[in-house]
Design a protein. Structure first.
Lengths: 288, 276
């Protein structure tokens, strides 16, 4: 009787925030409950994304245009520096910019997740929020920036005469995969950073090394010709960047032997990160 | 499934639910354990060494131990006790912030916690943007907030500044805005943790008026304050939390008197000269 009453009221709770019955004995397991709670607080996640973007550009004159100018500027510098080294036979600006965009999405958003949890845990100790809200808004912010940066990429493609084919639309899926992978990595690392502050510093170093091990600036063939081609197979970012890059670079869809590993990596990392995070997430509030 | 009331012959079927409905908060054998920062292993290298040699130890602190209490619907309960006795921890469990390590907590109704008002205010955003951001932190949707917005600004009396960045607001103005957002809707349960010490006199009395209005409309209020006057003045009952346990709960006057008595004894023990 009571159980039924409780269950009915618990369902009613989903429509309005923090109302009706809250019973610590009837809570679903964390990893499952968190999905529902994150959805229920979707407006908060949206608010946090728009806050992140507003704050970033609030006091600057060009405002949101920096989201587009920033990658463009970096790319121009790098094209000038590296095109003589690596730029033979391919559309080097497009190759470089697609790689840079995907990489900086990953490195910026994952760092932001870790930092936002350091900031957010003080908030989590005062009011109830879905624990993943900060991580989700961090990847959301990264995604907005990435989408904005596609505009200068398309301009570069027009300028350099690269064909813009319908396959370009497909990149929304690789972007989603990148997002899933980044979210999984960020969630797992932010749990680690809660226990050991060193992890966030160490991750910066790892990111740097990781970037140079990934064919972003240099062509893939460079590693293969030096006998290090096998390194690529163990680098998840290699697959994720390739599926994102190919539609822009060649105008074709990525082949299954690249897409499938990318898909599996993204799903596996997200599920693992989500499980680890929700398993330990109550600790954020239990830390003194 | 059985409860003491089901033995009552006049009780309707499912009387346990009716009984529950008279309670706003039911806490059963609740314990909360905090993990203290382990200073010895804050770096990964040391952690790795200690993990290998099997020396990992965590320090724990039981903030609440075996606490059971029931808060009735519509009552004002005062929580008293020393600093660090576990009062705030108890409030956090009710506000869903903390999950109990052991035991069970049941909360009936919408909780408005005044624990973190203005917690996420951002100084670069305008008052308007902050209202929407803070509303969403309390779990309200965009539609809710659009409907609430005018009332909130009316109450905070901040129409002149609402499109200015928060960095130009005084701390009193920020407190007004935070309180207005958190208390716009009539809550079933209001949690107050000595936050009302902010703002000017006029606004403070406005806050008190609002809390009184909530009470008159049937809200349950849980109040933590060190002012025994306030407790005696408005609380129906009081609970004395001592070292993570309920030391005493009942009629306000009795509990407050015992508490004051204990404090006096404690103090005179520490300072023998007072005894003379």
């Amino acid at each position: 009787m009571t159980m039924i009453d409780g269950a009915v009221e618990y369902d009613a709770m989903d429509s309005s925030p923090a109302s009706s019955v809250y019973d610590t004995d009837l809570l679903k397991p964390n990893f499952l409950r968190e999905i529902g709670e994150a959805y229920r607080y979707r407006y908060l996640i949206w608010q946090l994304i728009s806050r992140n973007i507003k704050i970033r550009y609030k006091r600057s004159f060009l405002g949101i245009a920096w989201s587009m100018l920033n990658p463009l500027g970096t790319m121009i510098v790098m094209v000038i520096v590296f095109s003589t080294l690596f730029g033979r036979g391919v559309n080097y600006p497009v190759y470089l910019l697609t790689g840079l965009l995907a990489w900086s999405f990953f490195s910026e958003a994952s760092t932001m997740i870790i930092n936002s949890m350091i900031w957010g845990s003080s908030l989590l100790q005062r009011i109830y929020l879905p624990r993943t809200a900060f991580a989700l808004s961090a990847v959301g912010t990264g995604l907005v920036n990435l989408l904005l940066a596609i505009i200068p990429l398309l301009i570069i493609m027009l300028f350099t005469g690269a064909p813009i084919r319908p396959a370009v639309l497909f990149t929304l899926i690789p972007m989603l995969l990148l997002l899933m992978f980044t979210l999984g990595v960020g969630l797992a690392l932010s749990i680690g950073a809660m226990y050991f502050a060193d992890i966030s510093e160490m991750f910066k170093v790892v990111l740097r090394a990781w970037m140079y091990l990934t064919p972003i600036i240099y062509p893939e063939s460079l590693l293969a010709s030096n006998g290090y081609g096998w390194v690529l197979r163990f680098n998840p970012m290699y697959y994720l960047i390739r599926v994102f890059r190919e539609p822009f670079e060649t105008g074709t869809l990525p082949s299954w032997d690249v897409f499938l590993p990318a898909l599996l990596i993204a799903v596996f990392t997200l599920v693992l990160g989500w499980l680890v995070f929700t398993w330990y997430s109550d600790e954020f509030t239990h830390l003194v | 499934m059985n409860s003491p009331t089901s033995s009552d012959p006049g009780a309707p079927p499912g009387s346990i639910a009716t009984n529950d409905h008279e309670a706003a908060v039911i806490i059963d054998n609740l314990s909360v354990r905090y993990r203290l920062p382990n200073i010895n292993t804050n770096s990964l290298k040391e952690f790795a060494i200690k993990a290998v040699t099997g020396q990992i130890k965590y320090d724990y602190l039981w903030a609440l131990k075996d606490v059971s209490l029931t808060i009735r619907k519509g009552e004002i309960l005062g929580l008293i006790g020393h600093n660090g006795a576990g009062k705030s921890t108890l409030l956090k469990v009710v506000a869903r912030v903390l999950k109990p390590t052991e035991g069970r907590a049941r909360v009936h109704g919408h909780v408005a916690p005044l624990l973190g008002i203005g917690a996420a205010f951002h100084i670069e955003l305008t008052g308007r943007e902050n209202v929407f951001l803070n509303g969403s932190l309390l779990g309200f949707s965009r539609k809710d907030m659009e409907e609430k917005f005018e009332r909130i600004v009316d109450f905070a009396e901040l129409w002149d500044y609402i499109d200015q960045p928060l960095r130009i607001y005084s701390s009193g103005m920020r407190a007004r805005l935070g309180f207005a957002v958190a208390t716009d809707a009539q809550p079933d349960i209001l949690i107050v943790d000595e936050v009302l010490a902010v703002g000017d006199e006029a606004f403070r009395s406005k806050c008190e008026d609002r809390m009184r209005a909530f009470r008159d409309a049937g809200a349950t209020i849980i109040l933590v304050t060190h002012s025994m006057e306030t407790i005696l003045g408005i609380c129906h009952r009081a609970a004395w939390i001592h070292q993570g346990r309920v030391r005493m709960m009942g009629e306000t006057k009795e509990v407050v008197n015992s508490y004051i008595e204990e404090r006096r004894e404690h103090r005179s023990k520490q300072n023998p000269r007072l005894r003379a």
